[in-house]
Design a binder for this molecule. Structure first.
Ligand SMILES: Cc1cc2nc3c(=O)[nH]c(=O)nc-3n(C[C@H](O)[C@H](O)[C@H](O)COP(=O)(O)OP(=O)(O)OC[C@H]3O[C@@H](n4cnc5c(N)ncnc54)[C@H](O)[C@@H]3O)c2cc1C
Length: 384
């Protein structure tokens, strides 16, 4: 079975690794000439780990991360540092945080040599056939495969030609992300701080550096002269260690992204022999920290379902693709809805609504909150 994967992001690379494990012949086409992931961290919950286990990368990923790092308390705080919801060691979610550059290095190193073609811009030929239009240094050409997997991200050009593509919608908020230059002591505490239309999150990496993000309600096309100065203006007086984290970050390495998701769920992730995977299929806001984890689940699901086809034990590729579509829509579309709902609450800006939200959080038992996080993390790959 010869598979083309469009996009060398988390989803595309995991799909290629998973399919190659079962003997599929896979090529990954990435439009960037160099892989340069955003200089930020990525949180991965238990379900993402289960997906990495399923494609054989769990042990290497665990070696690069720490369960909870030095964190003994997580949850949500107010800008003055008082806790709204506090999870102690026994209730903390199964969470690991990795620098995106380290994750990409791990994924690329797990591919068979010659799999990844950089500087190749592709689009699946509309209509759900098995063909791919490709443009690279060698010129333009059309190639035929048994299956085309479009993992080309939130602005997928393959999805743009899909029936029922709802397009993207802006969440109303944008996020800055950064990683400190060196280790910063968090005193065992991490998580998020919720203000009015403002949010700050922090999590330690395995080497003690800290990944942080800052979210503000603003227009998608807001022009900010100095991004880092704006983060300092909005969050610089919040509780310790937020000012220390900002002091310890290289301003030039801080990036802002407007947060979008898919305006509506797609009616299908499959069209003939073309599949959508990862953000291309179900771009969600990052409020549950699940976009990457869901792309990994997609990849592990596809690999599990196609294993008998790749090994020539089952000729019914199309039946496996139908099942992928059904399983992954059921899992990811409610998740995208939930992520957006969490974002809406977290970004509340109207005073009385914020007071109500904060009161509700204070009186919700920590075990109930932990139970909800655990439910999201519960996932295992399907059996073919
Ligand atoms: C602020 C923020 C914070 C986040 N935090 C988390 C988190 O903590 N945990 C988590 O799990 N997720 C998080 N996410 C979500 C996560 O980053 C995405 O869900 C994940 O990267 C999606 O992976 P992907 O492979 O589908 O797409 P991408 O990573 O976008 O990869 C798509 C790739 O396709 C390439 N490409 C695009 N078009 C073409 C083409 N025509 N031809 C060839 N190549 C092409 C692109 O160059 C890119 O390399 C966050 C997102 C944001 C914005």
């Amino acid at each position: 079975m010869h598979v083309a994967v469009i996009g060398g992001g988390i989803g595309g690379l995991c799909a290629a690794i998973g399919l190659q494990r079962h003997g599929a012949e896979v090529e990954v086409f990435e439009r960037s000439a160099v892989l340069a992931p955003v200089g930020a961290g990525l949180s991965l919950f238990g379900n993402g780990l289960a997906a990495l286990d399923a494609i054989g990368l769990g042990p290497r990923f665990r070696d690069l991360t720490d369960p909870h790092g030095a964190v003994t308390t997580g949850g949500q705080r107010r800008p003055d540092g008082t806790w709204l919801a506090r999870l102690g060691p026994g209730l903390l979610p199964d969470l690991r945080v990795i620098h995106r550059a380290d994750l990409h290095e791990l994924l690329v190193s797990a591919l068979e040599p010659g799999t990844l073609h950089l500087g190749s811009t592709c689009a699946a030929v509309p209509g759900g056939g098995r063909e791919l239009d490709m443009a690279d240094a060698g010129g333009k050409r059309r190639q035929r495969y048994d299956l085309v997997v479009a993992a080309d991200g939130i602005r997928s050009s393959t999805r743009a030609g899909w029936p029922g593509d709802p397009g993207l919608r802006y969440s109303g908020y944008s996020a800055w992300r950064g990683v400190t230059r060196g280790p910063v002591d968090l005193g065992g505490e991490a998580g998020e701080t919720w203000g009015r239309g403002l949010r700050f999150g922090m999590a330690p990496l395995v080497d003690g550096r800290v990944y942080w993000f800052a979210v503000a309600t603003m227009p998608a096309d807001a022009v900010v002269d100095d991004e880092f100065a704006e983060v300092r203006r909005l969050f610089g007086r919040w509780h310790d260690p937020i000012p220390r984290l900002l002091d310890g970050t290289d301003p030039a390495a801080v990036v802002r992204h407007p947060i979008h998701d898919l305006a509506k769920p797609l009616p299908t992730f499959r069209r003939g022999r073309t599949l959508l995977l990862g953000d291309a299929a179900h771009a969600m806001t990052p409020d549950l920290g699940q976009g990457g984890g869901q792309a990994m689940e997609d990849a592990a699901t596809l690999a599990a379902l196609l294993a008998p086809v790749a090994r020539n034990q089952d000729p019914d590729l199309d039946a496996a693709l139908v099942r992928y579509d059904s399983l992954r829509r059921k899992r990811t579309q409610p998740m995208a809805r939930a992520a957006r709902a969490v974002g809406r609450v977290a970004q509340l800006g109207f005073g009385p609504a914020v007071v109500l939200r904060d009161t509700a959080m204070r009186i919700t038992p920590a075990s109930a909150m932990a139970g909800r996080i655990r439910a999201v993390q519960r996932w295992e790959p399907p059996t073919p």
